[in-house]
Design a protein around this ligand. Structure first.
Ligand code: HEM
Length: 151
């Protein structure tokens, strides 16, 4: 009986982990795309029909993919954190700081999209290109932490 319960719980855990990784992929894919859209957006003439298309594409990417994916990654991640009491592990503590940073980056990018939609363009294309490297770097560090667990 206990054996059966344990088997059921670990199967559930495996499904939660699968969900976590699936939505990590959607989230990160969206984070790779959004600043790219902003770069193309800023190359269009202010007020043009092309700019309006970019505003709409950005809005859809944010509301259909990025934000729901981030929320699901957090929900599944926190469920696993709770189950394995991950906060006691050093690799997880650093991972947690990195995912907080990535979520802040996400929030900043959402805010920047709202500014663009209002016709403001406060950041240069070059700076956006540099910022576009941040999610890639975060993925490298996070995956090494969760898979290699160096400490
Ligand atoms: C947003 C908050 C997040 C939380 C709270 C969280 C938490 C967790 C926890 C507790 C595990 C379980 C580890 C285990 O069972 O050994 C896990 C697994 C994993 N996480 Fe996250 N995670 C988050 C975001 C991310 C992100 C952004 C990525 C990738 C960039 C990621 C990649 C992974 C991978 C690849 C695994 C599987 C590791 C394995 O096979 O054991 N996670 N996560």
């Amino acid at each position: 009986m206990i054996y059966g319960l344990q088997a059921a719980l670990s199967l559930t855990y495996a499904w939660i982990k699968a969900g976590h990784i699936i939505f990590v992929m959607f989230w990160i894919a969206g984070l790779f795309m959004l600043p790219r859209y902003y770069i193309y957006h800023q190359e269009s003439a202010p007020g043009s029909a092309e700019e309006k298309k970019w505003i709409e594409r950005e809005r859809k990417l944010r509301s259909i993919i990025l934000t729901p994916a981030m929320i699901l990654v957090w929900i599944f991640g926190l469920m696993m954190m709770w189950t394995i009491q991950a906060w006691t592990m050093h690799w997880f503590q650093l991972k947690f700081l990195l995912v907080l940073g990535l979520s802040a980056y996400h929030g900043w990018m959402i805010g920047y999209g709202r500014k663009l939609a209002r016709g403001e363009r406060p950041v240069s294309g070059r700076a956006l290109r540099l910022m576009n490297e941040i999610p890639g770097l975060a993925v490298v560090l996070i995956v090494v932490l969760v898979i290699v667990r160096p400490f």
